[in-house]
Design a protein around this ligand. Structure first.
Ligand code: ATP
Ligand code: MG
Length: 352
């Protein structure tokens, strides 16, 4: 029987709760589809700081590199916010993404028919919405140097090189070819030099994909358009910070931030994680929505392990569970039959 080695990073806050549910579902799906998964757990973030003194131990990097794929929860929390920048959980996460070379963060935002009433937007505005946000993940202002805060003056630098923009654009156009063949590139080219290079480079890459319709939008307008008429978008390609913000916006089109999965891919081991953070405000309460993490696990099956059947099984099962009216607290709209806690939602998917 085929076996895959999966590195697991649960992290902080709701991280352990949601990853446990994803593992539950993975075990059930793999059993049904005739393969096995071996897990090895590694530390990152606050828990790594408390245990080893650093947010990203070398053992974690080596372990993940040696695995077939990495399933990741979330990191960070108030407890570690006062540490110097280089020791913070978020610094560990950024370094981790850089070490793995995961430049392309794929963030699908799909409105399930079963959940059209869970969004704050009108059903007719969102029904059938299927967007893929392609966020550049290891460049831009989150990584740019110089960066400094001397107590009087503080600055960060938004840097992109042409090769960086070319490779993320190529990812977006390749994805578009398998979808609705439309790419909207989001930038702020009317104000930022880095965005001018971004726009010019996207247009150059676009020439290799004559079948794909290209458009450009300023990020402020894109935020507005996402809420006004999300169905106008197919693939959105954008830089690190704009992608961070726009995918949180897209989550409310879909219904909850607890629903959006992601795949971070590059040349080495891919990382699968929900788009949300460690949600310290609800950690330990058992009310976190595990679906974003479970859907990230199904992206892992599809993209890294080529286990398409198991991925479809998980996604189809989630739809049936939702159709039957089971919800977590963040999705509890008037048509919910029963509101389940985090672990009961995992159990329900396994049961179905
Ligand atoms: P990060 O910088 O790591 O992205 P963040 O500041 O954006 O973190 P999140 O941790 O994503 O914050 O949380 C934002 C809000 O969404 C919080 O109120 C949190 O409780 C809620 N939230 C996040 N994830 C979930 C989830 N899985 N289920 C329910 N609510 C969630
Ligand atoms: Mg966030």
């Amino acid at each position: 029987m085929k076996n895959y080695n999966i590195s697991i990073i649960k992290g902080d806050g709701i991280g352990p709760e949601i990853v446990d549910e994803a593992i539950k579902v993975l075990n059930s799906a793999s059993k049904k589809c005739g393969f096995t998964l071996s897990y090895k757990e590694y530390l990152m973030g606050g828990i790594a700081i408390d245990t080893t003194g650093v947010p990203l131990p070398q053992e974690t990097i080596d372990g993940v590199l040696a695995s077939d794929a990495c399933l990741f929860g979330a990191i960070g929390g108030e407890k570690w916010d006062t540490l110097p920048r280089e020791l913070r959980p978020e610094t560990g996460l950024l370094k981790f993404r850089e070490e793995m070379g995961v430049y392309a963060n794929l963030r699908p935002a799909i409105v399930y028919d079963e959940l059209v009433n869970a969004s704050t937007l009108k059903p007719e505005v969102i029904q059938g919405c299927d967007i893929m946000v392609v966020r550049e993940l290891i460049g831009g202002i989150y990584f740019g140097k110089p960066r400094e805060n001397d107590g009087f003056k503080a600055y960060n630098t938004m840097v992109y090189t042409k090769p960086e923009i070319e490779r993320i654009s190529k990812t977006a156009f390749e994805l578009a070819m398998k979808r609705d063949k439309r790419v909207c590139s989001v930038d702020k080219a009317n104000v930022l030099e880095v965005s001018q290079l971004w726009r010019d480079t996207v247009n150059e890459v676009a020439k290799n994909y004559p079948e794909v319709e290209v458009s450009h939008m300023y990020v402020d307008n894109a935020a507005m358009q996402l809420v006004r008429n999300p169905k106008q978008f197919d693939v959105i390609v954008t830089g690190n910070i704009f992608g961070d913000i726009l995918s949180d916006t897209a989550s409310m089109v879909v219904g909850s931030i607890g629903l959006l999965p992601s795949a971070s891919t590059g040349d080495k081991t891919a990382i699968y994680e929900p788009i949300h953070g460690s949600a310290p405000d609800i950690a330990g309460l058992g009310i976190a929505n595990p679906l974003a993490t479970i859907l990230s696990a199904s992206m892992m099956l599809r993209y890294s392990l080529n286990e398409e059947k198991a991925a479809n099984l998980i996604e189809d099962t989630i739809k049936i569970v939702l159709k039957d009216g089971y919800r977590t607290k963040d999705l509890a709209s008037y048509d919910a039959k029963e509101v389940l806690n985090c672990s009961a939602m995992g159990d329900k998917i396994v049961e179905y």
